[in-house]
Design a protein around this ligand. Structure first.
Ligand SMILES: Cc1cc2nc3c(=O)[nH]c(=O)nc-3n(C[C@H](O)[C@H](O)[C@H](O)COP(=O)(O)OP(=O)(O)OC[C@H]3O[C@@H](n4cnc5c(N)ncnc54)[C@H](O)[C@@H]3O)c2cc1C
Length: 464
C-alpha cells in the first residue's frame, strides 16, 4: 500500500471518530491513565458470504460511512472486551463491516464497582448496561443467545437455540468460568448447594446480592473469611479491596467482627504498599491476612474452613475459586495454556491454535492483568488488527495498552493503580513498560470521587 492511500485511510478513520463524537479516545480515560491501545486500520474490498440460518437479531438503521472495507465479524460475549471490540469494529470499519454481538444476558452487569454493593453504597441495578446504544449508534447486530459450538472449518458458530451464524473473523470474549471440579477446585464446594452457601460473587449479579445479604445477617463479633486463588485471576487488587470494604462496613455496623483473608499467593499481588498499610493500620484489629495458604476444604454444614493456617469457623465464607477461560474457549480446544487460558498472537489476539478466531479479555493468556480496563483496550487492538486483515495488511507492530484501577480502602477513601504495557518484539509478547507501575501515595476522598468519574468514562467508552 502506498503512502498516499495509507494517509487517506487514516483521514477516513479520523472522520469516523469525529462523526461519532470520539475525537480523542485517550481524553476519555482517567487522568492517571495513558493513551488507548491502538492505531489506524485501513483496507480494500472483501466479498461477504451469507449465513445458512440466521437467528433473530436487533439491528438499527444506522449507516456509518464506507471505508472500503468489508467482512463479517461475530463477537461472542458482550462484556468489557467484547462490547469494545464490536463498537470499534463498526466505528473504525464503517458500513461495509458487519458486526454481530452475541451475548446470553439481556444486559451487562459490571463487576467493576460491585464490591460497593456489599457495603450498600451501590445497587446491582446501577451497574447494568444495555446494548441499545451499540445497536442504534453503530448498527451492531445484537443477538441474545448462548454460543455452544464453533466450527472453525465452516467458519460458523452454533447457538443453544439451534441457530447458526457465519463469520469471516470470530472474536471470543466470554470472560471466565469458575473451577469447581474435584481435584482442581476448592474441596467441599463441588455441589450446587455448597456453591450457593459459599458464594464467590466474582461475577457480579445474584451472587453479589446474596453475599450482601449474608454480610448484613452477621452478628456483632462475627467472622468473615475471604479466600483468594493463586494468580492469574481476574482483577488482581479486587479481593484485597473487598476485604477492606467489608472490614470497614463491619467496623461501622457489627462491632468486634473480623475479616480473615486466606491468600494462596506468596503475598499481596497488587498495590502492595496500599493494602499492607490497610491491613496493618487502617483496619488493624479487624483484618487478619495470611499468605501462602493451602485450602484443605470447606465444610458448608458447619461453615468451617480447613486450611494450612488452621480450622476457622465463620459466619460468612466468601471463597473465590480458581478460574479459567470461558467455556466456549475451552470447549473449542483453544485453552492451550494448561487447559485454562488461550495463547494468542499478541499483535492481533488471533488464537495460536485456530486461524480466524481471536480471543480477548480475561480468557486470553497474556502478561496483562485480567481487568476490565485492559479488556476494553484488547477489544480495540483486536478490532484494529481485524480491520487491517480485511484490508490485506499486517497488524500494528507496536501496540500499547494501559491498565488503570481505583481501589476503595474504606467506604469513603480510595487509592489507585496504573501500568502501561507495550509489545516486545524479542519475546513477541506484551510486557510491562519499565517504571510504569504506579500506585497512589495515599488513599483519600478525592480518589474515591475520581473513581466514579473513571468508571463512568470507561463504561460509556465501552457501551455508548
Ligand atoms: C469484584 C470485582 C471488581 C473488579 N474491579 C475492577 C476494576 O476496578 N478495574 C478493572 O479494570 N477491572 C475490574 N474487575 C475485572 C473485570 O470485571 C474483568 O476483568 C472484565 O469484566 C473482563 O472482561 P471480559 O469481557 O473478558 O469478561 P466479562 O466482562 O465477564 O464479559 C463476558 C461476557 O460474555 C458473556 N458470555 C460468556 N460466554 C458466552 C457464550 N457462550 N455466549 C454468549 N455470551 C457469553 C457473559 O454473559 C458476559 O457478559 C473487577 C472484577 C471483580 C470480580
Amino acid at each position: 500500500m502506498d503512502k498516499n492511500t495509507e494517509e487517506n485511510l487514516q483521514r477516513t478513520r479520523r472522520r469516523l471518530l469525529q462523526a461519532a463524537g470520539w475525537g480523542s479516545i485517550g481524553a476519555l480515560l482517567p487522568a492517571l491513565g495513558c493513551g488507548g491501545g491502538s492505531t489506524d486500520g485501513d483496507g480494500v474490498s472483501f466479498a461477504m458470504g451469507r449465513s445458512a440460518r440466521t437467528p433473530t437479531t436487533t439491528t438499527s438503521a444506522t449507516t456509518l460511512p464506507s471505508t472500503g472495507l468489508s467482512g463479517r465479524v461475530v463477537v461472542v460475549g458482550g462484556g468489557m472486551a467484547g462490547a469494545a471490540a464490536a463498537k470499534y469494529l463498526r466505528l473504525w470499519g464503517g458500513s461495509g463491516v458487519s458486526v454481530t454481538l452475541v451475548e446470553r444476558s439481556a444486559s451487562y452487569t459490571s463487576n467493576i464497582m460491585s464490591n460497593l454493593v456489599l457495603t450498600g453504597q451501590r445497587t446491582i441495578g446501577s451497574l447494568q448496561y444495555k446494548y441499545d446504544s451499540l445497536v442504534s449508534r453503530y448498527g451492531i447486530n445484537r443477538v441474545q443467545g448462548d454460543v455452544v459450538a464453533i466450527d472453525p472449518l465452516a467458519r460458523k458458530v452454533t447457538l443453544a437455540s439451534g441457530g447458526a451464524l457465519a463469520y469471516d473473523r470470530l472474536v471470543l470474549a466470554p470472560g471466565v468460568e469458575f473451577i469447581y471440579e474435584q481435584g482442581v477446585g476448592i474441596p467441599g464446594l463441588e455441589s450446587a448447594a455448597a456453591q450457593a452457601r459459599v458464594p464467590h460473587a466474582w461475577q457480579a449479579g445474584a451472587q453479589t446480592t446474596a453475599l450482601r445479604s449474608q454480610i448484613t445477617a452477621m452478628p456483632r463479633g462475627g467472622v468473615f473469611v475471604l479466600t483468594i486463588p493463586a494468580k492469574p485471576y481476574r482483577c488482581p487488587p479486587g479481593p484485597y479491596e473487598r476485604a477492606c470494604l467489608v472490614a470497614d462496613w463491619l467496623k461501622k455496623n457489627r462491632a468486634g467482627s473480623k475479616v480473615v483473608i486466606l491468600d494462596a499467593n506468596p503475598g499481596i499481588t497488587a498495590e502492595v504498599h496500599t493494602f499492607t498499610d490497610a491491613f496493618m493500620n487502617v483496619h488493624a484489629g479487624v483484618t487478619e491476612y495470611h499468605a501462602n495458604v493451602t485450602l484443605n476444604g470447606i465444610d458448608t454444614s458447619t461453615m468451617t474452613v480447613d486450611s494450612s493456617v488452621g480450622r476457622i469457623r465463620a459466619n460468612v465464607i466468601n471463597a473465590i475459586p480458581p478460574h479459567r477461560a470461558g467455556r466456549v474457549v475451552t470447549a473449542a480446544g483453544l485453552a492451550d495454556q494448561g487447559g485454562r487460558w488461550a495463547s494468542v498472537d499478541q499483535l492481533s489476539y488471533e488464537s495460536k491454535v485456530a486461524a480466524g478466531i481471536h480471543v480477548i479479555g480475561d480468557s486470553a493468556g497474556t502478561a496483562q492483568p485480567k481487568a476490565g480496563h485492559i479488556g476494553n483496550q484488547l477489544g480495540k487492538v483486536c478490532a484494529d488488527a481485524i480491520l487491517r486483515a480485511f484490508g490485506g495488511l499486517s497488524p500494528d507492530p507496536a501496540p500499547v495498552t494501559n491498565s488503570a484501577c481505583y481501589s476503595p480502602i474504606t467506604m469513603e477513601t480510595a487509592s489507585w493503580l496504573t501500568a502501561v504495557f507495550a509489545y516486545d518484539p524479542d519475546t513477541q509478547a506484551m510486557a510491562a513498560v519499565a517504571d510504569s507501575f504506579r500506585e497512589a501515595a495515599a488513599r483519600d476522598g478525592g480518589n474515591f470521587s475520581n473513581m466514579g468519574k473513571w468508571f463512568n468514562a470507561l463504561m460509556s467508552e465501552t457501551f455508548s
